[in-house]
Design a protein around this ligand. Structure first.
Ligand SMILES: Cc1cc2nc3c(=O)[nH]c(=O)nc-3n(C[C@H](O)[C@H](O)[C@H](O)COP(=O)(O)OP(=O)(O)OC[C@H]3O[C@@H](n4cnc5c(N)ncnc54)[C@H](O)[C@@H]3O)c2cc1C
Length: 413
């Protein structure tokens, strides 16, 4: 099997990671994308290798508070109301997970995907031209005060259980550690052994050249369907013709649903729309990537400037940016970084692939030879390399140390 042909669909961080680990396992690998690599969600994320990101958005308290959050113009949760009827079936299933038991279960499932992210990115890129993009760092959660931190105790208890115990910095020491922060930010919970990617889009492009250096191929082609006429995959069909293969990996992010629908799977996957603003040539930057908890956005000093990314908006895959989320993000940035100035600003909208239970789908669809590797919502940059490695292990028939049933692609049927 190790000399067999594998086609990987989607050149985001998940697909390219799978492609590289498959190639390193001896497979003949072709990676396909309808566009240039690294231009989906993997382009514009917050750059953070957030190993401690094991708490789903549903968390606790989303159900009682959802209506209030949606109506509060100061809360970073938005809905395009005309999209609500289409969203309802997904939303109902999503909100059903907003309880303590499911949050703890989801969190346990996310730990193997994100827990050793920095090491996974280093293993993927070590000794290659992509290595320079991976930066070790601390990761800080910024709170107004201790009371605000304590309100988050359910999440921090789960993080501690998973081995993430923060160093606490309080009072004026906060501004000594991070001079960019407003004076009324008086509490930092800072974690070691995290990291960030200096430019996620260029990193993915560079990983694609690593794949080519190592004997794999990248082809620009729009995938239309899988040929399963014999019950097992024999080819991937594209606008550039058929790509014969013995195995295929579907890693097309939020767009994976268009292809799994064709396979009759009907996976509850929605786009959680998110935004970034890059402050170019900024007058100041944080010393480490940070999560601004009150505004629910992250800020990272990356090679294009200071990138501030966040907001959850439901509204499907329309490429049109909504003004309100960007205005709120800008306002929140101003309140925590009051003296920040920039030469110019750049705005971006992207689509997080969100399954209702906030766990990625990693596994073979029945015995079709088609493997899923998508559904990484807020943690895809962090968990891409590990997910790619898991898929390569499955295809190479290597036993896993993890309970892979958690990620079963047919679990929604
Ligand atoms: C605002 C924002 C901030 C974020 N911040 C972080 C963060 O700090 N840390 C973190 O870990 N995660 C973060 N994320 C999440 C992360 O970006 C995603 O989970 C991750 O990029 C998903 O990667 P992917 O490879 O699955 O999908 P994508 O990067 O979207 O790649 C999918 C690829 O498939 C291709 N494709 C689609 N359909 C087809 C087809 N039919 N044929 C061929 N190709 C196709 C697309 O062109 C695309 O290149 C953030 C997301 C957003 C929106």
């Amino acid at each position: 099997m190790s000399s067999a042909k594998v086609v990987v669909v989607g050149a985001g961080i998940v697909g390219v990671s799978a492609a590289i680990w498959l190639r390193r396992s001896g497979f003949e690998v072709t990676l396909l994308d309808r566009g240039a690599p690294g231009e989906g969600a993997s382009y514009g994320n917050g750059c953070i290798l957030a190993s401690c990101s094991i708490i789903p958005v549903t968390g606790l308290g989303l159900i009682p508070n959802a209506p209030k959050y949606l109506l509060d113009p100061d809360f970073p949760l938005f809905l395009r109301w005309s999209y609500l009827p289409k969203l309802m079936p997904w939303l109902t299933r999503y909100l059903a997970h907003a309880n303590a038991e499911d949050t703890a279960r989801i969190s346990k499932g996310l730990v193997p995907i994100v827990g050793d992210s920095l090491e996974q990115h280093q293993a993927l890129s070590r000794g290659t031209r992509a290595e320079k993009w991976v930066r070790p760092s601390k990761y800080s959660f910024v709170y107004k005060d201790r009371a605000a931190f304590e309100k988050d105790s359910f999440a921090w208890d789960l993080r501690r259980e998973a081995g993430f115990s923060p160093e606490i910095i309080e009072g004026h020491a906060v501004q000594d550690a991070e001079p960019i922060l407003a004076k009324d930010m008086q509490f930092l919970a800072r974690l070691d052994n995290h990291g960030f990617i200096l430019n996620p889009g260029d990193y993915v492009k560079s990983l694609v050249t690593v794949l080519e250096d190592e004997g794999g191929a990248f082809v620009q082609a729009l995938v239309k369907d899988f040929d399963l006429s014999g019950g097992e995959i024999t080819a991937v069909e594209t606008d550039q013709g058929r790509f014969e293969c013995a195995r295929a990996v579907l890693a097309a992010g939020v767009w994976s649903k268009q292809l799994t629908d064709k396979l009759g799977l009907n996976i509850p996957l929605e786009a959680e729309r998110g935004y970034h603003i890059i402050f170019k040539s900024p007058s100041e930057t944080p010393n480490n990537p940070m999560m601004l908890t009150a505004g629910k956005f992250v800020a990272t000093a990356m090679d294009q400037g200071l990138r501030c990314a966040g907001v959850v908006e439901f509204g499907g895959l329309s490429e049109k940016k909504s003004p309100a989320p960007l205005a709120l993000l800008r306002k929140k940035v101003k309140s925590v970084f009051p003296s920040l100035e920039a030469d110019s600003e750049e705005e971006w909208l992207g689509f997080r692939p969100a399954p209702t239970d906030s766990l990625p789908l990693i596994g073979e669809i029945g015995s079709s030879g088609v493997y899923t590797a998508f559904g990484h919502h807020h943690i895809g940059l962090t968990g891409g390399p590990k997910s790619g490695r898991m898929v390569a292990d499955l295809i190479a028939d290597r036993p896993s140390n993890h309970d892979m049933s958690v990620y079963e692609p047919k679990r929604f049927m």
